[in-house]
Design a protein around this ligand. Structure first.
Ligand code: BJW
Ligand code: ZN
Length: 246
C-alpha cells in the first residue's frame, strides 16, 4: 500500500486508534530547530564529504580533534535553538521515542522515554579502554578552539564525544530496548530520517513484522530504495505532525 503524497497523518492513522506509538526520529526533526541534517540538500556531508569519512571508527584516534569540531558544538547550539514543534508534539503525547539524534532536544522538549541509538553529544567518553570514564561533556565557558581535545578527568588521556561512529556497534542495552519497543508498537512513525543508516532503520521492518502500521514523515518525496513503509506523509514535520493533534 502506497499512499499518495500530501496526505494527512490524521487520515492514515487517526490518533485514537493507536495505543502504543513509537517514533523513530532523525536529523530532519531537528532541522527546524536550526541544526543541519547529514544528507540531502544542505546536509553537512553533502557539502563536506570528507567530514563523513572522518566519522569512521577505523580513523580513531587520529580523527578525535575532528570529532570534537563536529560534535562539540552541537549540544550548545541545540540548547540555544530549543526543540522544534515536532519534538514538542511527541513530548506532549508521551510518545516513546527512539532517536538517531545526539542533540538532546527530545529530552529538552520534555520526552522522558527516549532511547538514543547513536549516543549523545552531551556526554564524553575516555578513549583509553582501561579507564572507561564516561561523563557529561562540559558546556560551561566559551566554545573550545578548533582542534581542541578535552582531557579525561580520571586518567588525563583523551576524551571523545560519546557518539556512535560508522563501524561501531550500538550500545547493546539500548538496541535491545529499541527492539522490544517496536515489537509492542501498533504505530511506528519515522520522522525526518533518510532511512539510510543501519541497524537503526531495521526497526521499521521489525515493527511492521509485528503488526505495526509504519508511516514515514519526510519533507522529501523520494522514497527509500527498499521502501519498508505503509505510507508517506510528505512535508515539513513541524507542520505535518502538529496537525495530528487537531
Ligand atoms: C525533514 C525535514 C523536515 C529534513 N521535516 N523531514 C561499510 C563500512 C562500515 C559500516 C557499514 C558499511 N556499510 C554499511 C555499514 C553500516 C553503517 C551504515 O549504515 N552505513 C551507511 C552509511 C550505509 N552503520 C554503522 O556502522 C552502525 N553500526 C553498525 O552497523 O554496527 C555493526 C557493524 C560493526 C562493524 C562494522 C560494520 C557494522 C553505526 C551507525 C552510526 C551512525 N552515526 C552517525 C554520526 C554519529 C553522530 C550522530 O549520531 O549524530 O549518526 S551517521 C549519521 O546518520 C548520524 C545519524 O544519526 C544517522 C542517520 O541520519 P538521519 O538522521 O537519517 O539524517 P539524514 O541527514 O540522513 O536525513 C535527514 C532526513 O530528514 C532527510 O531525508 C530529509 O529529507 C529529512 N528532513 N528536514 C521532515 N523539516
Ligand atoms: Zn580516562
Amino acid at each position: 500500500m502506497r499512499e499518495p503524497t500530501h496526505v494527512d497523518l490524521a487520515d492514515i492513522a487517526p490518533r485514537g486508534r493507536f495505543h502504543n506509538v513509537v517514533a523513530l526520529t532523525g536529523a530532519g526533526i531537528s532541522a527546524a530547530a536550526g541544526l543541519g541534517t547529514f544528507r540531502g540538500a544542505g546536509g553537512l556531508w553533502t557539502a563536506q564529504p570528507d567530514v563523513e569519512a572522518a566519522m569512521h571508527a577505523h580513523e580513531l584516534p587520529g580523527n578525535v580533534p575532528a570529532l570534537w569540531d563536529v560534535w562539540g558544538g552541537i549540544r550548545r547550539r541545540a540548547l540555544m535553538a530549543g526543540p522544534s514543534a515536532a519534538h514538542q508534539v511527541l513530548a506532549e503525547l508521551g510518545v516513546r521515542v527512539i532517536t538517531q539524534n545526539i542533540d538532546g532536544l527530545h529530552q529538552d522538549a520534555g520526552s522522558t522515554d527516549v532511547l538514543e541509538l547513536h549516543g549523545s553529544a552531551g556526554r564524553a567518553a575516555c578513549l583509553n579502554p582501561a579507564c572507561g570514564y564516561r561523563g557529561r561533556s562540559d558546556l560551561a565557558g566559551p566554545p573550545p578552539p578548533p582542534g581542541h581535545v578535552p582531557p579525561c578527568p580520571a586518567c588525563g588521556g583523551q576524551l571523545r564525544p560519546d557518539v556512535v561512529l560508522f563501524g561501531e556497534t550500538l550500545d547493546p542495552h539500548t538496541w535491545q530496548a529499541a527492539q522490544e519497543a517496536v515489537e509492542h508498537a501498533d504505530l511506528m512513525l519515522a520522522i525526518g530520517t533518510s532511512a539510510f543508516v543501519t541497524p537503526a532503520i531495521w526497526l521499521v521492518p521489525m515493527a511492521r513484522d509485528h503488526g505495526a502500521l509504519c508511516v514515514n514523515l519526510n519533507v522529501d518525496d523520494s522514497l527509500p530504495r527498499l521502501d519498508p513503509f505503509h505510507a508517506h506523509v510528505i512535508g515539513d514535520c513541524q507542520e505535518t505532525l502538529p496537525r495530528w493533534l487537531e
